[in-house]
Design a protein around this ligand. Structure first.
Ligand code: NAD
Ligand code: ZN
Length: 342
């Protein structure tokens, strides 16, 4: 099969012919149809310090995908050839305290698809049945391909109640854009999206933002005044990984507010803890998705009218992976899809 492989510990990727993955009795084999490119894939492609520390080569990249089951192990009864599925990218241990208690998203030993084991940028991918999500009827196939980052957006957006609340979204990358649509769907009043990139600010408007702002040009206190807000944001979603963005969010929170932090900073971020104490803020880290409550919420919100399709801006056949990665890296893009059929 064709697969996009990090063959050696250096920058770059190679499209290689490799053997199809073998499956065990509890696994399913999935023929991949479409995949999404994530920031993680860009880190691995460019071989930055995180990738050099984390990745063992050779490795097939990719964890955002949709595909069709073509084979199931002898112990698998709930999945069948022909099913349209995506995969939860965290393969958990099943034996730690949290796994045993059914809190699998808190597993401390999880292995990442396309990070710690061969991923989905290939014509076939194998996964344990416990990592497979069967798509409900009526789910658009391109949207199904990005359930993984959509899940990050939903997990973060629903970390605090947003009905009737004023929400700040810092960073309008693909995940911040989807989170904007989710908090709009979930009934927020004002949604302010802060993003330095003009292309992404325009997309944020289409995803349901009340107001989009360039943080390099305008202070959030000024934005609050324009909207007639008096007490600050009730909820902030940190989706940039940027130090200034987190500090600005904390400085603009209402008393008792909640800050959900998904963005991954490249280094330490100094913050004024006085603001957290005296405003009685809750800061909550978000990693991955809840298995499988977030997946359920994604499905039913789509079935009840949530539309995240505007976030998908570029589509390429897998053989044009270099152009696909360049589009994702440019910043002038939402989600970039690679097609693995044909
Ligand atoms: P992305 O890099 O495409 O988006 C980040 C956006 O933040 C960019 O558009 C950038 O222009 C913007 N930004 C930069 N400086 C800013 C500032 N000062 N104020 C506001 N915005 C600013 O990333 P993405 O794929 O949308 O993911 C969002 C973040 O979540 C990234 O940091 C990513 O690494 C992280 N992430 C975390 C998890 C998790 O499980 N915790 C999973 C996936 C991604
Ligand atoms: Zn575990």
């Amino acid at each position: 099969m064709w697969a996009l492989v990090k063959t050696r510990p250096a920058a770059g990727l190679e499209l290689c012919e490799v053997p199809r993955p073998e499956i065990g009795i509890n696994d399913v084999l999935i023929q991949v149809r479409k995949t999404g490119i994530c920031g993680t894939d860009l880190h691995i492609e460019s071989w930055d310090p995180w990738a050099a520390r984390t990745i063992r080569t050779p490795l097939i990249l990719g964890h955002e995908f949709v595909g069709e089951i073509v084979e199931v192990g002898s112990n698998v009864s709930d999945f069948h050839p022909g099913d349209l599925v995506s995969g939860e990218g965290h393969v958990v241990c099943g034996r730690c305290r949290h796994c045993l208690a059914g809190r699998r998203h808190l597993c401390a030993n999880s292995i990442g698809l396309g990070v710690g084991r061969d991923g989905a940028f290939a014509e076939y991918v194998a996964l344990p049945m416990t990592n497979v999500w069967h798509h409900g009827p009526g789910i658009d196939e391109e949207v199904a391909a990005i359930f993984d980052p959509f899940g990050n957006a939903v997990h973060t957006a629903l970390a605090f109640p947003v009905l009737g609340e004023d929400v700040l979204v810092s960073g309008a990358g693909p995940i911040g854009l989807m989170a904007t649509a989710v908090v709009r769907h979930a009934g927020a009043r004002f949604i302010v999206v802060s993003e330095p990139n003009a292309y992404r600010r325009e997309l944020a408007g289409r995803m349901g933002a009340t107001l989009v702002v360039d943080p390099l040009a305008r202070d959030l206190h000024d934005v609050q005044a324009e909207l007639g807000m008096v007490e600050g944001f009730d909820v902030a979603l940190e989706m940039s990984g940027n130090a200034a963005a987190l500090r600005s969010a904390i400085a603009n929170m209402a008393h008792g507010g909640g800050v959900a932090i998904l963005g991954i900073p490249t280094g330490e971020i100094p913050i004024d803890v006085n603001e957290i104490v005296f405003k009685m803020l809750t800061l909550r880290g978000i990693y991955g998705r809840e298995m499988y409550e977030t997946w359920y919420k994604m499905t039913v919100m789509l079935q009840s009218g949530l539309d995240i399709r505007p976030v998908i801006t570029h589509r390429f056949p897998f053989r044009e992976y270099e152009a696909a990665f360049a589009a994702a890296r440019s910043g002038d893009s939402g989600k970039v899809i690679m097609n693995w059929q044909g």
